[in-house]
Ligand binder design. Structure first.
Ligand code: HSE
Length: 336
């Protein structure tokens, strides 16, 4: 059997993790690597012959390209060039998929190649794989915790820590974004919610249309919510209605006995309601290994020839609705 050759672009947290866990796999072999800083080649003991001279060199010599760079412009170039050159692609890049996923999927379809991005939402849950199953039937509501950093920050705040200290710890632990304001503003969860919406409905919403409340909450609000037997959690929320789709991200109060209330640390949780019942998913949603394993699962499904290409289109006319939640002390309440 022909060995499937993988080219890895980016040796940061996710790429470095993927490289380290892939060394003994039999389904594929990483044969070329490209990283901006040469120091990482040393850290990961990358042999000289594996270092690509440039992007073209990497793409030409492999079957699958893994993009693990982060950001938009360069990853877009990596993925587009790889697809145009007839290579399959795996990425964890939620910012790029939430912005240009439809165009890239169109290109992959045109080129007859695969583009998978399971690691972009929920890391080790794994969310998209499960959503593929649940969306065989009608899905009515999907909500959950999709950002580990803001969940960690809220739980530390409920123990009396101030927000900036909690954010700093999340950065040190390696699961905050390069720019942690993406976590705190809700942007990271908004991107993941957009990808979930696209996956389920086939319509990629304009990110600007999604209703977002920042993680602006104070100790007094948290204590009051807790005195009412509830907890505050960072929620991403989607409800499909006959006249549009409710899409909202922000801190919300929910029953302290709910599954979500017990989701802590880097764990993510997603509740999927619909024809397949009320289903919950949990798993480690952030950090090096959970994300790297998700990337590896996509690479293996392409290598084995059993990957299916998701399909969605950007829909600028999608009627995005603001959910009418009840509130307690200015905090929205999610009915679980
Ligand atoms: N910054 C993200 C989080 C990383 O905190 O969940 C995983 O996507």
């Amino acid at each position: 059997m022909k060995m499937v050759k993988v080219g890895l672009v980016g040796l940061g947290t996710v790429g470095g993790g993927f490289y380290d866990i892939s060394k003994k796999r039999k389904e594929f072999q990483i044969t070329k690597i490209l990283n901006r800083s040469e120091r990482k080649y040393v850290t990961h003991y990358v042999p000289d012959e594996m270092i690509a001279s440039d992007l073209h060199d990497l793409i030409e010599r492999v079957d699958i390209v893994v993009e693990a760079v982060g950001g938009i412009d360069f990853p877009n170039k990596v993925i587009s060039q790889a697809l145009i050159s007839g290579k399959d692609v795996v990425t964890a890049n939620k910012a790029l998929i939430a912005d240009k996923g439809d165009e890239l999927l169109k290109l992959s379809e045109k080129m007859g190649r695969k583009l998978l991005f399971g690691a972009s939402v929920g890391g080790g849950m794994p969310a998209l794989l499960n959503l593929q199953y649940h969306s065989l039937g009608k899905v009515t509501r999907v909500y959950g915790i999709l950002n580990a950093t803001s969940n960690f920050v809220l739980s530390k705040m409920s123990q009396g820590m101030d927000m900036s200290r909690a954010v700093k710890i999340a950065q040190e632990e390696g699961y905050a974004e390069q720019d942690p304001s993406d976590d705190i503003s809700g942007m990271d969860a908004t991107r993941k919610l957009a990808i979930i919406c696209a996956y389920i409905t086939g319509k990629l919403p304009n990110l600007k249309g999604i209703f977002v409340n920042q993680l602006q909450i104070n100790q007094e609000q948290i204590s009051y919510v807790e005195s009412m037997e509830m907890v505050v959690k960072p929620i991403a929320y989607m409800k499909i209605k006959s006249n549009g789709i409710e899409l909202w991200v922000g801190p919300a109060a929910l029953s302290k006995n709910s599954k979500m209330a017990k989701t802590n640390g880097t764990e993510n949780c997603l509740i999927i309601e619909g024809e397949s019942g009320i289903n919950s998913l949990t798993g480690v949603g952030a950090g090096r290994n959970p994300t790297a394993f998700s990337v590896m699962a996509d690479v293996i499904s392409i290598a084995k020839g059993n990957a299916t290409l998701p399909y969605f289109k950007k829909d600028e006319t999608l009627n995005i609705l603001e959910p009418a939640f009840k509130e307690i002390k200015g905090v929205k309440i999610i009915d679980t």
